[in-house]
Ligand binder design. Sequence first.
Ligand SMILES: [Zn+2]
Length: 184
Amino acid sequence: MTDPMNTVSTTLGVSHAFKYCPRCGQAHPHPGRSPFLCPHCGWSFYFGPVSAVGALIVNEDQQLLLVKRAREPGLGLLGLPGGFVDAGETAEEALAREVREETGLSIREPQLLLTYPNQYHHGDFIVPVLDFFYQCQVGESTQVELVDGELSAFQWTRPSPDQLNRMAFASNRLAIEKWLRMTR
Ligand SMILES: [Zn+2]
């Protein structure tokens, strides 16, 4: 997940990458329009958002799991476990898979907290993303085993203003602020 506040104004939406029709190969006279509609063969394509999930994992002491990012975007800043939804997965399945892959934790009782229209910078282009943030409980074990290379540290905490200022993504911060208001 990425931060719309980091958007470079010269970066174009991914529809601009479609200069030729993927079906018939002819050049499009006006690349960048959405949806893509080929005037030669009539083929159309919608640049809908891809789905991503973020986990607000709560332990028995009503603390959240924050992770420290070991790679860009947001190297050294804080975030929530999560990632993109694969084709064929439910959002809840993607949430459980991403949390397990990144932290080794099993989660239960996911509850949708917030959705957020976001953007992902892919090469020179912007891909629209729809984020789904879930509050969830930890399964039997609270033992965290971070995935190598992606995350460098973790902390169970009730996030402070200082920690909120060090979040990698504005969307994560919004979700945490909503959770803090709900659990005040
Ligand atoms: Zn075509």
